[in-house]
Design a protein. Structure first.
Length: 65
C-alpha cells in the first residue's frame, strides 16, 4: 500500500485550524483563567497566542519537576 502524500498547503491550514481551536479551548479553561489572574497585569500586553504559549510552557515545566 502506497503512503498517502498530504498536501503541505492543506496540512498547514489544518494545523493552523487545530491550533486556533486548541488555543481558544485553553484560553477558556479554568486553569488558564486562574493562571492569568495570578499574574495580574504582567502578561496583559501580550497577545492571546503568547499568553497561551507561556501558560503551556510554565505548566509543562511544573509537570517536569
Amino acid at each position: 500500500m502506497a503512503p498517502i502524500q498530504a498536501n503541505s498547503e492543506h496540512q498547514s491550514f489544518g494545523d493552523t485550524e487545530i491550533w486556533n481551536s486548541l488555543k481558544c479551548a485553553i484560553a477558556a479553561s479554568s486553569g488558564f483563567q486562574s493562571w492569568l489572574l495570578e499574574r495580574g497585569t504582567q502578561f496583559q500586553h501580550l497577545s492571546l497566542e503568547e499568553q497561551v504559549q507561556r501558560y503551556l510552557r510554565e505548566t509543562l515545566e511544573t509537570l517536569a519537576y
